[in-house]
Write a new protein. Structure first.
Length: 434
């Protein structure tokens, strides 16, 4: 079953060949509304097309007030003047942004500082943090050297620090006391644990061709999970890694095959990513436990342009899996997950965790301004222990909409709302699901 799923994902990625037609980013608009509309190149000017497009105009009515406001902002340069508050220089290569979501950390507020042209060589440095409440902190730092016309090599150094007294996990104990995770859990099975972790990763790679990158990485972490906030049931004490300080180190390889026409705002092509790693603890913990596992993931994204330039239908599917090495164990907090930050966007943080996670996603992206896209999405996925556990009725689904704002070469932020069988989630992110 493992090989069949992997083969399907790879073959589907190969079918999404690049299309022959392309459209460049619209130049910075100026002048009246008619001139702005023509420079966007978002729609045909032929009479036949206008007649055929009449039903579509009704679907565009909800966006009409926003589009009129954006036309006004372009004519007055309103948006550029407002965003100047977030930059430290005229070239807009360094600055700051408020931070309202922080991945694995709890929802809070913070700050992100960046510089994307260090030493005048396009090196990138980013530092961010968020703070939700007492003893709930998330910090991240990264330094990146991307490939250039003079060098095909790239490098990235990154580190994370997490300190959170109330991390969610959804689990029920078995009669023997062990935890039940994954798709069989209910929202009422929420439990809590405190977690502290310091992680680091070094990635070095080479751009093998215009479309292929290959990299090797090493990473390590020192983590400890313990009793969480009051008011929630505790995690079963025999959950692997609970109550112990666990150090893990290892490395792996990754391959990126990118046929998209643009990395920030693609509207045709495909992206395939394969990842494999092995990690282990050098010594036994105080309780005599040893931890070691192998993990792999395979992800494919396909971008299909619709009639108008920059209107894109995106399909994504992903498989992530970890397995213990020999009789070693896997820390429960390292298990793959599906939640609001991992492609099941209407479900709470850490809602589903298990040895494997399979997801399917679809987005329709629709330009509403030169650097703004609206999008509608649909997510589906299931976490599982064994491949035989994959079962249609156990899949969970989310749907929603959002807006993504970008510059010509960087995604700046995303706002989105998702709804599913357990309610809705609203997020403001300095990134996107994919």
């Amino acid at each position: 079953m493992d090989m069949r799923l992997a083969s399907v994902l790879i073959l589907t990625g190969l079918l999404a060949a690049p299309h022959a037609y392309a459209a460049e980013f619209a130049p910075e608009p100026s002048g009246n509304a008619d001139a702005i509309g023509k420079k966007r190149l978002y729609r045909s000017q032929t009479s036949l097309y206008r007649i055929l497009a009449l039903p579509r105009y009704a679907l565009e009515l909800p966006w009409y007030p926003a589009k009129r406001f954006l036309d006004f902002s372009e004519r007055t340069d309103l948006f550029a003047r407002a965003t100047d508050l977030f930059y430290f220089n005229e070239a807009k290569t360094s600055g700051w942004f408020p931070k309202f979501s922080s991945g694995e950390s709890s929802g809070g507020a913070g700050l992100s500082l960046f510089h994307h042209d260090l030493f005048k060589k396009k090196h990138q440095a980013n530092i961010s943090f968020s703070y939700a409440a007492e003893d709930e902190f998330f910090g991240r730092a990264a330094y990146t050297v991307d490939p250039t016309p003079d060098s095909s090599y790239y490098l990235k150094v990154e580190s994370d620090y997490i300190r959170d007294r109330d991390i969610e996990i959804y689990t029920t104990p078995t009669p023997s006391g062990g935890p039940i995770l994954g798709a069989k859990t209910l929202r009422s099975d929420r439990r809590s644990y405190a977690f502290t972790s310091l992680r680091g990763k070094l990635t070095a790679g080479k751009k093998m061709s215009k479309t292929v990158r290959m990299a090797a990485f090493v990473r390590g972490a020192r983590s400890k999970a313990g009793h969480g906030a009051q008011g929630f049931a505790p995690v079963p004490t025999n959950a692997p890694g609970f109550g112990e300080s666990v150090g893990m180190a290892g490395g792996g390889m990754e391959l990126i095959w990118d046929f998209r026409n643009d990395p920030v705002r693609p509207f045709y092509g495909c992206l395939v990513q394969a990842h494999a790693e092995a990690l282990g603890s050098g010594d036994s913990t105080a309780a005599g436990d040893r931890f070691a596992y192998v993990g792999h993931s395979l992800t494919a994204e396909h971008y299909f342009p619709l009639y108008d330039p920059h209107r894109t239908l995106v399909f994504r599917h992903s498989l992530r899996r970890v397995d213990p090495i020999g009789d070693k164990r896997i820390p429960f907090y390292d298990l793959p997950r599906l939640d609001e930050n991992h492609l099941l966007r209407s479900f709470e943080r850490n809602r589903f965790q298990d040895r494997g996670a399979l997801s399917f996603n679809m987005e329709y992206r629709y330009p509403i301004w030169v650097t703004w896209d609206a999008f509608f999405f649909f997510d589906g996925g299931q976490s599982f222990e064994h491949y035989s556990d994959l079962h249609g009725p156990d899949f969970r689904f989310s749907e929603g909409l959002g807006i993504r704002m970008m510059s010509k070469d960087k995604l700046l932020f995303v706002t989105q709302y998702a709804h599913g069988r357990e309610g809705g989630r609203f997020q403001v992110l300095l990134g996107q699901a994919f």
